[in-house]
Ligand binder design. Structure first.
Ligand code: ADP
Ligand code: ZN
Length: 517
């Protein structure tokens, strides 16, 4: 048997492993089930491709995207590794030929879609083949708690049932700890070796910028980065086209990219961007799956992403070459309505809706946090980040001013208590500023001591205080679809006068926060 190092050089042309690759490969070679979480670009493919060569026989790879499978197969073949894919784009004749060479043991790595992988006919074909390893790519799709649930992934457990002796490696770029557990459970992995790489992309700088007057700000940024290539993500297909056109009007080379364009046009635009013929691609999230342009210098979001997993993945396309790159998010709280609309439309059942709302809530918290953005992101993904400040985000570049907000905090706590811990943040802010809203009056809350007690701050400022208190744990939000504010032990300490509450100094009315872009 050839050693893994000689295979690494001979077939893949690398002289050393990337972080975690070797440990993961060793676990696979020891025939263990493995769960590997590594950032995009971390080199996940090698973790099953190299063992495939050591094991001989057949390695089956389940992957959700036909386009990606094709790239992988082409890449393997170019390295002299016999690989194939069986997918819906094949005709009957072609499929029969591939099936025959599989049974003859002449294919080392076989890519299939999750739908195909569980078909009885396909499973009986595999039974006759010499399967030595099963790899499940994009494994987070199996979990309802993940950000891209695909029901067909759920059935993949059948692979472990039919091939109990074959090791399974599950791979994903994003999985919070709960999703990791779910992946292991759903796939019926046996005592899996777990590897979680760092999510810290040290060369990326994170900024959140208010969305007011966003176009001039965007143009100003782009003007300062004339020679750089970047991706601007927009929510809608139409917005990508409008923005590309407006930018061309300002003398930039920009093209749109979205799923509604004819295939030929889309490919052309992607090629133009990859080859550097066009500097800016205005895209929906359809763009980026499988693009491998190393020198993307900025990723800008003009609209709020639906969750941090998406945001992390999309910004992860910046700076793959390791050089500095910017991730800028134009943020307006109003964008949350669009996300709410999406969630209501796309999530069929209550469990998924609730999960989606929690994720959207974390996305908002990221935008509104007064602390380090990187720490926030890493903490979200379950990674410890020992520093308080990273130096590579807007919050670390210009820290917010903090004042002793104990008095304001006590008023908020009193208000939450008076409305019976049954309402959310906007309602509490309404009561504090003495809103004339019908809901407040119908509930009789205009008679409470807290009603109109919040003089000195605007409704928006109260709202921010409330959110900050939730983030800092002085009060608790139940989260989910209709989050309700409740008091906790720390709230009671505040009331008792034993716990001061530092809050972010509000911006003077009318002035827009931190013009960093
Ligand atoms: P992922 O699937 O985790 O996003 P890939 O498997 O596509 O990552 O690998 C990302 C990039 O890293 C690819 O360009 C690949 O060729 C390269 N790569 C993988 N392993 C190594 C290695 N050991 N040394 C150098 N480059 C590597
Ligand atoms: Zn920071």
């Amino acid at each position: 048997m050839e050693s893994k190092h000689s295979i690494l050089e001979k077939y893949f042309g690398y002289t050393s492993f990337l972080p975690h690759q070797e440990e993961i490969i060793d676990a696979v070679l020891a025939q263990r089930d493995v769960l590997a979480v590594m950032a995009t670009g971390g080199g996940k493919s090698l973790c099953y491709q190299l063992p495939a060569l050591v094991f001989g026989g057949l390695t089956v790879v389940v992957s959700p995207l036909i386009a990606l499978m094709k790239d992988q197969v082409d890449g393997l073949r170019a390295n002299g590794i016999p690989a194939a894919t069986i997918n819906s784009s094949l005709g009957y004749g072609e499929r029969r030929i591939i099936e025959r060479v599989i049974l003859e043991g002449r294919i080392r790595v076989l890519y299939v879609s999750p739908e195909r992988a569980v078909q009885p006919f396909f499973l009986s074909l595999l039974k006759k083949a010499d399967v030595r390893l099963i790899a499940i790519d994009e494994a987070h799709c199996i979990s309802m708690w993940g950000h891209n649930f695909r029901p067909e992934y759920r059935r993949l457990r059948v692979l472990k049932e039919r091939f109990p002796a074959v090791p399974v490696i599950a791979l994903t770029a994003t999985a919070i700890p709960a999703v990791q557990d779910d992946i292991a459970k759903q796939l019926a992995l046996k005592n899996p070796a777990r590897f979680v790489g760092s999510f810290n992309r040290t060369n990326l700088t994170y900024r959140v910028v208010p969305k007011t007057r966003y176009f001039p700000r965007l143009v100003r940024y782009l003007n300062e980065h004339r020679d750089d290539a970047g991706i601007i993500y927009c929510f809608s297909q139409k917005a990508t086209e409008d923005l590309a056109e407006k930018l061309r009007g300002k003398g930039f080379s920009a093209l749109p990219y979205h799923a509604g364009l004819p295939d030929a046009v889309r490919d052309e635009h992607q090629e133009a961007f990859s080859h550097g013929d066009v500097g800016i691609i205005c895209a929906t999230v359809a763009f980026g799956m499988g693009i491998d342009k190393p020198d993307v210098r900025f990723v800008i979001h003009t609209d709020l992403p639906k969750d941090l997993e998406s945001y992390y993945q999309e910004t992860g396309r910046a700076g793959r070459d390791g050089e500095p790159a910017d991730c800028i998010l134009f943020y307006s709280r109003g964008d949350y309505n669009t996300i709410r609309y999406l969630i209501e439309k796309e999530c069929a059942d209550a469990t998924r809706k609730d999960a989606a709302y929690r994720k959207a809530g974390a996305m908002l918290d990221y935008c509104e946090t007064t602390g380090c953005r990187r720490k926030f992101l890493l903490t979200y993904f379950g990674e410890a980040y020992p520093e308080e400040r990273c130096g590579g985000c807007d919050r670390c570049e210009t820290p917010v001013k903090v004042f002793d907000g104990t008095r304001a905090a006590s008023m908020i706590i009193a208000c939450i208590s008076e409305v019976g811990e049954r309402f959310g943040a906007s309602y509490v802010a309404d009561v504090l500023v003495g809103s004339k809203s019908a809901r407040v009056r119908e509930n009789g809350h205009d008679a409470l001591p807290a009603y109109n007690s919040g003089e000195g701050y605007t409704r928006d400022q109260w709202l921010r205080f409330v959110q900050e208190m939730v983030r800092k744990g002085f009060i608790t939000s139940t989260g989910g679809r209709y989050p309700v504010l409740v008091l906790n032990d720390r709230s009671r300490e505040v009331v008792g006068g034993s716990l001061p509450v530092p809050l972010t100094e509000p911006e003077p009315a009318g002035v827009v926060a931190a013009e960093t872009a």
